[in-house]
Design a protein around this ligand. Structure first.
Ligand code: F6R
Length: 367
């Protein structure tokens, strides 16, 4: 059942290239120049009338939504807010008829997400669901549904479902951009070509798993660490931190790198592990100076970097892991993979039950 892997989580991490291909299949035109989403009922006219977006979800699905916010704002230039589903419905969210609410849920059965969906519809918003389960409550009740084709996810810690949600956001963002013309055909084609390269690039990342295993074993001796990044890397840092807490029980915090010096830097001491994501070229120099701030306090830094930066980064970090080159917006689909492996191998090194972490359930159907 585990197809030769020791745990479902590791199997599911390795299934990501297939999950990406399956989620993209049939949704990119044959000439590779446009997105086709026949499952959407929302018309081009209706989509043109949307002026704001709320993305609502829980846990890992919310972290996919944080990437989704970056994707939609970048491609469509419409303001996007993200919210924790258990907070959303109790804070009288400002939902107008031109608001699109996007709920994200692997299982499609998360009680808080479902309640947020119902609240949004009650307030007159149209709801688009991104879910992995056909026929789930969320899929049945939403106005529009994009199914991720990650296949069944057994491990409690979500991996391939999260990354397939990213693919769904890329597709939907591009579809929206082509519909309203915020990106022209060649710009869309350019992103689609980069997306189609992702599965093979994930294979390359997976082939370097041993590097991450070594780092994981060393961090497993620590009781606290930090994940830092800027922009879309910060969103990925949050997912990396959640994954580590969830299955290794090691405390960690994700921080927007520029925010460290406003308090949290006080917690960095000799040997504190810091996982720094620096895949975004536009804030690359800023990240390097944030890394220096942590190193000056003794941090032991693992840099998640772009291929080609190895030599340059070597003097700023203690260890590094390079991901293949892609477009800045698409990097989360690659950079999350070493973080998934890091939490997997840390949990393994500590002898925990990787697939069934304490206190957690795969599907949270109570509020
Ligand atoms: C973490 C994890 C949870 C879920 C959350 C939402 O690895 O799996 O944080 O992401 O409980 O679940 P779904 O996506 O089923 O709504």
């Amino acid at each position: 059942e585990k197809a030769g892997f020791d745990h479902f989580m590791l199997k599911e991490i390795h299934e990501q290239p297939k999950a990406y291909r399956d989620t993209m299949r049939g949704r990119i035109s044959e000439d590779g120049r446009s997105v086709v989403l026949p499952e959407l009922k929302i018309t081009a006219e209706q989509l043109k009338g949307i002026n704001r977006v709320h993305i609502v979800a829980c846990g890992t699905a919310l972290h996919a939504g944080l990437v989704g916010k970056n994707v939609i704002e970048n491609l469509v230039r419409i303001p996007v807010e993200t919210d924790v589903a258990s907070e959303y419905r109790y804070r009288s969210p400002i939902i107008t008829p031109d608001t699109l609410v996007i709920v994200v849920s692997q299982s499609g059965e998360t009680a808080d997400t479902l309640a947020a969906l119902r609240e949004a519809q009650r307030c007159g918003a149209r709801v688009l669901a991104i879910t992995n389960v056909v026929g789930s409550s969320v899929a049945r009740e939403a106005d529009d549904v994009i199914i991720t084709l990650a296949g069944p996810e057994i491990a409690v810690a979500s991996t391939k479902a999260y990354s397939s949600q990213l693919i769904a956001f890329f597709l939907f963002g591009l579809y929206w951009a082509q519909t309203i013309g915020s990106k022209n055909e060649s710009e869309v084609a350019h992103v689609l070509a980069a997306m189609q390269a992702l599965p093979e690039q994930v294979e390359k990342v997976l082939a370097q798993a041993e590097v991450i295993k070594g780092v994981a074993e060393s961090i497993s001796h620590h009781s606290s660490l930090f994940f830092i990044g800027r922009g879309i890397d910060y969103a990925v840092a949050m997912e990396g931190s959640l994954k580590l807490k969830e299955i290794s029980y090691i405390h960690s915090e994700a921080y927007a790198a520029g925010e460290l010096k406003h308090g949290t830097l006080a917690l960095i001491e000799e040997g504190t592990p810091v996982i720094a994501l620096l895949t975004q070229e536009d804030v690359y120099e800023k990240m390097l100076s944030n890394i220096k701030e942590t190193k000056a306090r003794g941090a032991d830094v693992l840099g998640i970097i772009n291929e080609g930066h190895e030599v340059e980064v070597a003097k700023s970090v203690d260890r590094q892991f390079a991901i293949p080159r892609t477009l800045p917006l698409l990097t989360p689909a690659l950079s999350v993979v070493p973080l998934q492996l890091l939490s997997y191998y840390a949990s393994l090194a500590l002898g925990h039950d990787v697939d069934k972490p304490r206190n957690l359930a795969k599907s949270v159907t109570v509020e």
